[in-house]
Design a protein around this ligand. Structure first.
Ligand code: NAD
Ligand code: UFG
Length: 339
């Protein structure tokens, strides 16, 4: 069993991974500056896990704070979620992204080396595949970036690969997420973005709740079955289980210093598929209107999930209905808590 420091552990994905790690018997410590999350997530994580969950409020760019957190809690692995993730904002404020995501990761790694901890799982993204040259996207697909956010993920991947090449004692898993959606079955934790959501599922959920009036559908003239964009939506609890599997795997002696795995389902759904499923599963209406394409969007993006299946023994188990039902359950319990 490991003692895992989760940077960004109070965030959407980090909190679900914390729950999965605890369920698998690992000890967890969250490290978060709360720039895009709230401390009360930890109370709900404690309710889910039935354990006390330490939270260190700090910034990954603060090498001393990270070092103190690792040593005082005796962490022997790090899962690194902390970062900024809004594509549009990264175009407008690139320095903020290079500072948080690139400088922040560099500082984190220095702190890990200080503490002689060399086991790391990194949250990367399918965005590193750029415009797909073929589908499904396997891990050998060429990488490129189309915006500063994507470039920060690519830079960190390249940095990690150099570090692993120089020191084979490292055990690094680079996990390329496709489109994480849904919420924990308890309804206690989920995705709750500040302001108007950038992403499809939180937007749909807010339209269903009457908090937004209409969903803009960005383009219906793509080369896809119904003309709307196709993505590989993956239930966040499946994604979380994938982290537990990756951590187990890199702990094995014979493993490479760095490995890359896609975390996706291999199945693509269109925007209209998502609207229809959400309406059917939850008995709600999602008023929507067709708008022009959003800059930078690709027609289709979905994973080959074969390497994760073969090497991690992990595959997504939860389907579209569960993604829609859990999103709505969280929306309603969050409304009751008035958050
Ligand atoms: P999130 O914003 O909910 O979580 C990120 C957490 O990191 C937040 O709690 C935030 O307060 C914290 N944080 C940010 N900067 C920090 C810093 N400098 N120091 C300490 N804490 C800091 O986002 P998420 O959706 O949970 O994403 C987690 C990771 O997964 C990110 O690295 C993101 O780029 C990556 N990712 C997300 C998606 C997605 O669709 N959600 C897709 C691919 C990759
Ligand atoms: N969409 C709409 N209306 C909206 C929001 C989205 O029609 O209001 C459409 C998009 O055009 C796209 C699909 O819904 O076809 C999914 O869009 P999202 O914004 O939810 O997700 P993306 O695939 O654009 O991007 C997400 C993350 C990125 C990550 C990428 C690949 O936001 O950070 O997946 O992993 F890089």
């Amino acid at each position: 069993m490991m003692k895992v420091l989760l940077t960004g552990g109070a965030g959407y994905i980090g909190s679900h991974v914390a729950a999965s790690l605890a369920a698998a018997g690992h000890d967890i410590v969250c490290f978060d500056n709360l720039s895009n999350s709230r401390a009360d997530v930890i109370d709900r994580l404690e309710a889910i896990t039935g354990k006390s969950v330490p939270l260190v409020v700090g910034d990954i760019r603060d090498r001393v704070a990270v070092r103190d957190a690792i040593t005082s809690h005796g962490a022997n692995a790090v899962i690194h979620f902390a970062g900024l993730k809004a594509v549009g904002e990264s175009v407008a404020e690139p320095l903020k992204y290079y500072d948080n995501n690139v400088r922040g990761t560099l500082s984190l790694i220095e702190a890990m080396v200080d503490c002689d901890v060399r086991t790391l799982v990194f949250s990367s993204s399918a965005t590193v595949y750029g415009e797909p040259q073929y589908l499904p996207l396997d891990e050998a697909h060429p990488t490129s970036a189309t915006n500063p956010y994507g470039r920060t993920k690519l830079m960190v991947e390249e940095m990690l690969s150099d570090i692993a090449a120089a020191d084979p004692a490292w055990r690094i898993a680079v996990l390329r997420y496709f489109n994480p959606v849904g919420a924990h079955a308890s309804g206690l934790i989920g995705e709750n973005p500040a302001g108007t959501p950038n992403n499809l599922m939180p937007y749909i959920s807010r339209v269903a709740a009457g908090r937004l009036s209409e969903l803009p559908v960005f383009g219906n003239d793509y080369d896809t079955p119904d003309g709307t964009g196709v993505r590989d939506y993956i239930h966040v609890e499946d994604l979380a289980d994938g982290h537990v599997a990756a951590l187990d795997r890199i702990g094995a002696e014979e493993e490479e210093a760095l490995s890359v795995w896609n975390l996706g389902t291999g199945q693509g759904y269109s925007v209209l598929d998502m609207i229809t499923a959400f309406e059917r599963v939850n008995g709600v209406r999602i008023p929507h209107r067709i708008e022009p394409r959003r800059a930078g969007d690709v027609a289709s993006c979905y994973a080959s999930a074969a390497r994760a299946r073969d090497e991690l023994g992990w595959a997504a188990r939860r389907g579209l209905d569960d993604m829609c039902a859990s999103t709505w359950r969280f929306e309603r319990t969050a409304a009751m808590r008035n958050t």
